[in-house]
Design a protein around this ligand. Structure first.
Ligand code: DC
Length: 229
């Protein structure tokens, strides 16, 4: 793909399936930007928590939305996302496990999704993107040039997440991580609006037994294959 061509690559899948690492690697290989749509839901979740808003009350969350401004800056490599919430850099803060839970709850609300989908579409108007999330191929960009759905067994995903948490020096049992992941999967897939679902025209890739390098290469080959047709 050339730099002048405009394209959208949608990558969806459950938490810790490997989609964001693949998406970042692809963005570097294809010389475009990567957008982590989950970071936007996390930023909303962070705002709601910091302002002591009852996260379970959609009306209260909705009322706060006009006070929330989210901006994603791409570092020079195009792949590293720096997330700003009302112009404050919250890139690290939004990764706290408690914010994962808040993000998953606010993501159920139509008002929140409407605001963030608008922002996601606006970003892709100006430039080619690889965007990952839960509804990118189904709702945000139903006409995306490429759609992928990345999966892995829940045990493998919990294991990856647990290792990440351990590397950060946090203490949490594998069992607890697995239960939280399953809870989030359930919430993300069973919500009424834009649930996590494989787009009918997406290529599904199970990363359970693949290295990061292999995962990226598979997607890259699929993109090249389609372009060569
Ligand atoms: O990808 P992530 O774990 O950072 O996403 C955080 C939460 O945001 C996740 O539980 C579901 C939600 N989300 C969503 O509903 N739609 C998206 N496009 C991206 C994330």
């Amino acid at each position: 793909m050339s730099k002048n061509e405009h394209f959208v690559i949608a990558i969806d899948g459950p938490a810790s399936s490997g989609k964001s690492t693949i998406a970042k690697n692809l963005a570097r290989k294809l010389d475009c930007i990567y957008i982590d749509s989950g970071a936007m839901y996390r930023a909303v979740g962070l705002f709601i928590r910091e302002n002591n808003v009852d996260v379970d009350a959609e009306k209260k969350v909705k009322e706060k939305l006009p006070e929330i401004s989210i901006r994603i800056e791409n570092a020079k490599d195009g792949a590293t996302n720096i997330v700003f919430l009302n112009e404050v850099n919250v890139t690290e803060q939004i990764r706290q496990p408690i914010i994962s839970q808040y993000a998953s709850i606010v993501a159920k609300y139509g008002s929140v999704r409407k605001k963030l989908v608008q922002l996601q579409r606006k970003i892709a108007q100006k430039q080619s993107v690889v965007m990952d999330g839960r509804d990118i191929g189904t709702v945000v960009f139903p006409n995306a040039d490429f759609k992928f759905f990345i999966t892995a067994s829940s045990k493998e995903r919990a294991n990856r997440r647990w290792k990440e948490i351990k590397d950060k020096g946090e203490k949490k049992s594998y069992e607890q991580v697995l239960q939280e992941l399953k809870g989030r999967d359930k919430r993300d897939s069973s919500r009424q609006i834009a649930p996590l679902r494989k787009p009918h025209d997406a290529i599904e890739i199970d990363t359970t037994n693949l290295t990061i390098g292999e995962q990226t290469q598979i997607l890259y080959e699929k993109i090249k294959e389609k372009l060569a047709r």
